[in-house]
Design a protein around this ligand. Structure first.
Ligand code: NAP
Length: 251
């Protein structure tokens, strides 16, 4: 792969939607940094799949709830490639179903630290590297929101939905903040996508249960979300910034 190929950091790039983004980006010629928090084997497998297809990638462990981890992760990308062209703020978690009147401060702190603060800090570090204001050459950020941001997820996880509402607002605000500095910032809002996140939230059958509520009468795949993300990262989306694209089957 050419040494001047564009570089992309995908947080939570080891599994689910992030993995699909990493693989598709690798196929399209991006050099990919695959972040993960715990599952080293999944990250290694994602990197190996990219390399087997002729791409270039490496894995980097960092818990996006920890600023020191984020700084070390960006330093690892700097050391490897000395450039950054794209960031996909994908790492995110849900939690087990609960009403707001049952939520502990520990639950809320974890949710917001990973889903909101982690995305802000990664965006901060990316802008420092990509913005022409800081001597960068421009770039693109894509944030992972959720249909939950508009639905609110009552009785399930209003905290998660609110964290994604924050992502929508951050997308619009940051997009306008850095629009004249060569950096585009957009978001995708997936609906019901078939990944392990539902089982992580204690609802392994959630996709099957929700399928009929989707106008298209089916769940989406991680690859379908990845296609939207790769579009927003690409020059084909050169006049789009601050956009939030639904990938929900009409929901
Ligand atoms: P997933 O299958 O559960 O995968 C989550 C990924 O994030 C894994 O690679 C995981 O790595 C990583 N991760 C989790 N916590 C992390 C942390 N603190 N620091 C760094 N990485 C961390 O999730 P997914 O379904 O692909 O979801 C990806 C994004 O899409 C999330 O932001 C989610 O909110 C959003 N989304 C998903 C759906 C859906 O239906 N699936 C719908 C709307 C929005 P480890 O395995 O190492 O922990």
């Amino acid at each position: 792969m050419s040494g001047d190929a564009k570089t992309l950091l995908v947080t939570g790039g080891s599994r689910g939607i992030g993995r699909a983004v990493a693989l598709l980006a690798g196929e399209r010629g991006w050099r990919v940094a695959v972040n993960y928090a715990q599952d080293e084997a999944a990250a290694a497998q994602t990197v190996a799949t990219i390399e087997a297809a002729g791409g270039e990638a490496f894995s980097v462990r960092a818990d996006v709830a920890r600023e020191a981890d984020i700084l070390a992760m960006f330093a690892a990308v700097d050391a490897r490639w000395a450039r950054l062209d794209g960031l996909v703020n994908n790492a995110g978690v849900v939690d087990v179903p609960a009403r707001v009147d049952e939520m502990s401060v520990e639950r809320l702190s974890r949710m917001f630290a990973i889903n909101i603060t982690g995305s802000f800090l990664c965006a901060r570090e990316a802008v420092k590297r990509m913005s022409t204001r800081h001597g960068g050459k421009g770039g693109a950020i894509v944030n992972l929101s959720s249909a939950a941001a508009s639905l609110g997820s009552p009785g399930q996880y209003v905290d998660y939905a609110a964290s994604k509402g924050a992502i929508d607002t951050m997308t619009v605000g940051l997009a306008r903040e850095v629009a004249a500095e060569g950096v585009r910032v957009n978001a995708v809002r997936p609906g019901i996508i078939d990944t392990d996140i539902h089982a992580s939230g204690g609802l392994p059958d959630r996709v099957a249960q929700m399928r009929d509520m989707v106008p298209m009468k089916r769940e989406g795949t991680a690859l379908e979300v990845a296609h939207a993300i790769l579009y927003l990262l690409s020059d084909e989306a050169s006049y789009s910034t601050g956009a939030v694209l639904d990938v929900t089957g009409g929901r």
